[in-house]
Design a protein around this ligand. Structure first.
Ligand code: NCD
Length: 318
């Protein structure tokens, strides 16, 4: 448990070359990223012209798993800061001819790269790259382990709307076992002093999750009235063995966010979801598009957060 991390934490200077997970960061370092992201909001929403903070820097995205938001968001973020950005098409690369992951990455780095943004199905893949490459490595999701920029943008969105993190009760609802977003949210939120409750079917909640400083409850209707924020996590069918819950209908009955259930929550409940959302499974369209939802604001905020991460990692530290 992160009991040493005070809810009164202050931003602290950034010293890391990589962003591999929120587990490795202190509360102060997380606050620094959030504050730098605030500085980038006007730029991310195009009220401000492009900056050249990262002029002459080169960023490569290296995605071995599908992505809609994260990859595009890193591209736009890098470009708005003046960097050159390129997408490495893993599916049509020499990986298919037997080249190893490390050799592939080393060859890309040899083209003069400053940062690699990597997504991989294997937990720890970005950490492996960080051991072998000199450039900055940003984890854009490694298996079910961490997705730090998603965790940061969720926390950033909560702070912008609720004005604070410390003292809030945040429910993480759904497939906790297979969700890298859950793990990054937990590390960040607990360090910043939130009360975090994870909620879902017992088969989708790891037995040892309490060790991360969270509470566990299998009944959404019991925790919902206590929550200031609920982050709805997708059922990660692609990472599951079969038989972890009876049926989608049963899941929706117990954990789906619909208007009737929302009526039992606080009127100002903030509803987040990292996307992609499965409408009718984790939440209904009326809830996803309703007044409590900040799902699209999360996407907008993701740009500012990724600009902050890129500028902290690759910008001149003067
Ligand atoms: C998440 C991911 O890929 O981990 N999506 C995202 O980055 N916005 C969540 C998910 O796939 O459910």
């Amino acid at each position: 448990m992160n009991t040493d991390q005070s809810a009164e934490a202050k931003p602290t200077p950034w010293t890391h070359r990589h962003l591999l997970g929120l587990e490795e960061l202190t509360a102060g370092e997380i606050l620094t990223i959030l504050d730098v992201a605030e500085d980038h909001v006007a730029l991310s929403t195009r009220q401000e012209k492009k900056r050249n903070t990262l002029q002459d820097k080169v960023v490569v995205t290296l995605f071995f798993e599908p992505s809609t938001r994260t990859r595009a968001s890193f591209h736009f973020a890098a470009r708005r800061l003046g960097a050159e950005v390129s997408d490495f098409a893993a599916a049509v690369s020499s990986l298919n001819k037997g080249e190893t992951f490390i050799d592939t990455a080393r060859n890309i780095e040899a083209m003069g790269i400053d940062a690699v943004v990597v997504r991989h199905s294997v937990p720890g893949a970005p950490h492996l790259l960080a051991q072998h490459l000199r450039c900055s490595i940003i984890n854009a999701g490694d298996g079910a382990h961490e997705h730090p920029t998603q965790g940061l943008l969720d926390i950033f969105t909560i702070r912008r709307i609720k004005g604070r993190i410390a003292g809030l009760t945040v429910g993480l609802v759904g497939d906790i076992a297979h969700s890298r977003v859950a793990r990054s949210n937990i590390h960040g939120l607990v360090k910043l002093g939130a009360r975090v409750i994870v909620c879902g079917p017992p088969t989708l909640i790891p037995a040892d999750i309490r060790a991360l400083g969270v509470e566990v409850d299998y009944h959404l209707d019991r925790i919902l009235p206590q929550c200031d924020v609920v982050n709805v996590l997708r059922i990660q069918f692609e990472r599951q063995r079969s038989g972890l819950f009876p049926s989608i209908q049963e899941y929706f009955r117990l954990y789906g966010m619909h208007a009737g259930r929302l009526a039992e929550a606080r009127p100002d409940l903030l509803l987040l979801a990292p996307g992609p959302i499965n409408r009718g499974v984790e939440l209904t369209p009326e809830v996803a598009d309703g007044p409590n939802s900040a799902i699209l604001q999360q996407v907008t905020n993701g740009l500012a957060v990724r600009m902050a991460v890129l500028s902290l990692l690759c910008g001149d530290r003067s």
